[in-house]
Design a protein around this ligand. Structure first.
Ligand SMILES: CC(C)(COP(=O)(O)OP(=O)(O)OC[C@H]1O[C@@H](n2cnc3c(N)ncnc32)[C@H](O)[C@@H]1OP(=O)(O)O)[C@@H](O)C(=O)NCCC(=O)NCCS
Length: 202
């Protein structure tokens, strides 16, 4: 392990979390990130029931709408406890859900968290996911004051790999047979991004 003394001024993460009055709303050029509401259940279900979207996800596709309702309840509960920020992504100027961005396993002591993200397949390849994740990272580093963000993805997930690399993440290691999903066990590639690497959302 490398030890590095860090004496910089730090944001008080616990106090910042406590002070948050409402789920943060983040707005970019083409997408917005907002809290989910119960009415999003159909769109969330459509997203996570799509086998293409779920190909490299850590759980199998949803099969019933109640799973989406449960997920929304879990997200709102996670925000109430300040342990999870799971935004839904909408196109700017349209409130319909086309994706998600999640910040989870927030560890205030070690100033790190993990991220995940998804986008409806009919929106892939236009840079919308990259823009959404950049908004989340900007908030994570600048407002929350985290030092490090991690993403662990399936090494076969080329578009996710590309998205992370483009945002400045470094590939930090290959972990073998880490997730059991359905009848498959898959490896993980761990990516990391430090606050000092972050150049800001475009
Ligand atoms: C991962 C995901 C969000 C990326 O969405 P996207 O719309 O392709 O994202 P972006 O357009 O912002 O960026 C993806 C990059 O990968 C590239 N890419 C897309 N498909 C690719 C492929 N099959 N092989 C290599 N690169 C690919 C794109 O060209 C783009 O690169 P660029 O910025 O240099 O042009 C989307 O594929 C998705 O929702 N997948 C399912 C959920 C998932 O696996 N999430 C990640 C695990 S947490």
């Amino acid at each position: 392990m490398t030890l590095r003394h860090d004496s910089g001024t730090r944001i008080d993460i616990a106090a910042t979390l406590d002070r948050l009055q409402a789920f943060p709303r983040l707005q970019g050029k083409r997408v917005c990130l907002r809290a989910p509401v119960a009415e999003d259940a159909d769109a969330v279900f459509a997203l996570f029931a799509d086998p293409e979207v779920m190909r490299y996800w850590s759980r199998p596709p949803m099969t019933v709408r109640a799973e989406a309702e449960g997920l929304i309840a879990e997200i709102l509960e996670g925000f109430a406890r300040r342990t999870l920020f799971n935004w839904v992504v909408t196109p700017r100027g349209d409130d319909g859900v086309i994706g998600t961005c999640a910040l989870f396993r927030i560890d205030a002591r070690h100033r790190r968290a993990e991220i995940g993200y998804s986008l409806r397949a009919d929106h892939w390849g236009r840079g919308l996911a990259g823009e959404a994740v950049a908004l989340m990272l900007d908030w994570t580093f600048r407002t929350l004051g985290l030092h490090r963000v991690e993403a662990d993805i399936d090494p076969r997930n080329a578009s996710s790999q590309r998205l992370l690399t483009r945002l400045g993440f470094a590939s930090e290691g290959h972990l073998r047979e880490r997730y059991f999903v359905g009848d498959e066990v898959s490896d993980t590639e761990l990516f990391g991004l430090l606050a000092s690497d972050w150049k800001g959302a475009a």
